[in-house]
Design a protein. Structure first.
Ligand code: ATM
Length: 285
């Protein structure tokens, strides 16, 4: 997971070393352990070289393994729910322990805030976009502290439908709030936690809105115009262009199975990269 910017995985990145060099060191350590004569004791009564059931370690002692943090972004109607479910099955088949969650939501408080945030206001005053940003980040803070961090630290992989990029796209590019303010709020909510990979499901605004049943429209589809949603789409694409190492942009107007294949290809690139993450070891081993 990225933490406070780009770089290696904090759980297993030791100095500037990558996984292969640590495996090399682990091999040296293994030989030292096996061939060093040990004093006689009750565990090794004859002395001499001791054969220990040694499994080369790839993590620094005391540092727990961490799971992958993958987010799926995109407009309403892009198929996030379907694709999150398909990707979860794919990762589970690869042996990963996957937890699915969403924003806003994923906790008791977050789901209550979701109800409030998505409810149509109809006759009452429109919600101020900074108020929106504060509430989305309040839900985010609770999700990060209650669910995401503990899960990652216990080695689980998190699949999250929407995360902080949605606030930049909707409240920033869409509603015009300064990105600098939004990034400050984001940092307060996440303490610098960033996804390892963000899948952006991209499709024309009209196509996404047309996929929604009229009775199923949230405040964001019902009360924001097409121009707003075009700015949101352009915003997502700008965020992706600025951070190509984290984002994979997938054409969500293609058939569902093709979209799923494109997503698994992006995830394969992540888990087969040489970034020193224990999930690599689990997936390849
Ligand atoms: P979903 O229905 O995709 O979960 O999204 C809920 C809405 O919340 C979505 N609306 N549309 N269209 C986008 C909006 N949203 C924000 O405006 N800012 C945020 O930070 C998040 C997480 C969601």
């Amino acid at each position: 997971m990225h933490q406070g910017g780009k770089g290696g995985h904090p759980g297993v990145s030791i100095g500037s070393r990558n996984l292969p060099s640590w495996l090399g060191l682990a091999g040296v350590a293994a030989r030292l352990v096996v061939h060093t004569p040990r004093p006689r004791n009750w565990m090794n009564p004859v002395g001499g070289p001791e054969v220990v059931g040694y499994t080369p370690g790839v993590t620094r002692p005391g540092v727990p393994p961490r799971g992958w943090f993958i987010t799926i972004e995109g407009p309403e109607g892009a198929g996030k729910t379907t694709q999150v479910a398909a990707l979860s099955r794919y990762l589970a088949d690869a042996g990963l322990d996957v937890h699915i969650t969403r924003e806003p939501g994923g906790t008791w408080l977050g789901e209550r805030l979701r109800d409030v945030l998505l409810a149509r206001t109809d006759s009452v005053a429109a919600t101020d976009p900074v108020t929106d940003a504060l509430l989305f980040n309040a839900a985010r803070r609770q999700l990060v502290t209650e669910v995401i961090r503990p899960a990652l630290e216990s080695g689980r992989t998190i699949l999250c439908a929407r995360f902080a990029d949605s606030t930049l796209a909707y409240q920033g590019y869409g509603a015009g709030i300064a990105l600098e303010l939004l990034r400050t709020l984001e940092h307060a909510a996440t303490d610098g936690l960033e996804p390892d990979l963000t899948i952006l499901l991209d499709l024309p605004v009209e196509d996404g809105l047309a996929r929604k049943a009229p009775g199923d429209l949230t405040r964001f589809e019902a009360e924001f115009d097409v121009a707003f949603h075009r700015r949101v789409r352009d915003g997502f694409l700008a965020l992706a262009a600025a951070d190509p190492g984290r984002f994979a942009v997938v054409d969500a107007s293609r058939p569902v199975d093709d979209v799923a294949l494109a997503i698994t290809a992006a995830v394969d690139r992540l888990v087969h990269s040489d970034e020193p993450n224990p999930a690599v070891v689990r997936t390849l081993g």
